[in-house]
Design a protein around this ligand. Structure first.
Ligand code: ACO
Length: 194
């Protein structure tokens, strides 16, 4: 995804984490504060729209204003390859956040839990199946200090289910009554209240 400004001057690191204040840990010294906030907002809004389009959603579930009103975290991957050295491009993003959920276990009991949830995940169409999704996901797991089986996923697409099966051997064996999916191992070591 291209933008009318230099991505490398806004997103300094290969993967940038953004929270509700829309401020990355490393900010370029050169950018004025107003330009910087405007450009970050534009990036988040545009990648959110692209993801919604890819998932055939009626409206984006990721935008700068939604991020500001949440405790979600957005991981954005930019292209650092030499062929994209010019203004740079954004490859994709992953959004996660903690949510209180009732999750059914193997005995059919409802458990109140608050897992980290995968809420939105998108890699540009032309760049899917090149390992970029795995790079983003791995980085997120490291930052959040979690094992993939500890996550819940909000309405996973077939592509995402295939991704989780392939890279993390995650299989969903307990049908849930909400839109969230959990995987084998979710309840291991978890203090759930029935
Ligand atoms: N068809 C089926 N499986 C796919 C596809 C596809 N078109 N693309 C990726 N995958 C899965 C497969 O398991 C694939 O392995 P394979 O090529 O051996 O079959 C694996 O992902 C590839 O792994 P990566 O290259 O690391 O993943 P990628 O960079 O493609 O990112 C992602 C995965 C984010 C799911 C990407 O395919 C995408 O953006 N899809 C469209 C949007 C989407 O469905 N997002 C998830 C919505 S649900 C949610 O966010 C909670």
């Amino acid at each position: 995804m291209e933008f009318p400004f230099d991505i490398h001057k806004v997103l300094v690191e290969k993967i940038t984490m953004l929270g509700p204040n829309l401020r990355p840990a490393r900010r370029p010294f050169s950018a004025s504060r107003v330009d910087f906030q405007h450009q970050i907002t534009m990036i988040v809004d545009e990648i959110g729209k692209a993801s919604a389009k890819a998932q055939h959603l009626t409206a984006p579930i990721t935008s700068a204003s939604r991020l500001q009103g949440s405790d979600h975290r957005l991981y954005i991957l930019k292209d650092c390859s030499a062929k994209n050295a010019g203004k740079g491009t954004v490859i994709g993003f992953l959004k996660v956040g903690y949510k209180k959920l009732f999750v059914l276990d193997h005995h059919g009991a409802h458990n109140e839990v608050e897992p980290l949830c995968v809420l939105d995940f998108y890699v540009h169409e032309a760049l899917q199946r090149h390992g970029h999704g795995k790079e983003l996901f791995q980085y997120m797991l490291q930052q959040e200090h979690l094992h993939p089986s500890q996550l819940a996923v909000d309405r996973p697409s077939e592509k995402l289910l295939s991704f989780l099966r392939k890279h993390y051997s995650l299989r969903s064996t307990i049908p849930q009554v909400n839109n969230f999916v959990v995987f084998e191992g979710f309840f291991q070591g978890r203090n759930a209240s029935a």
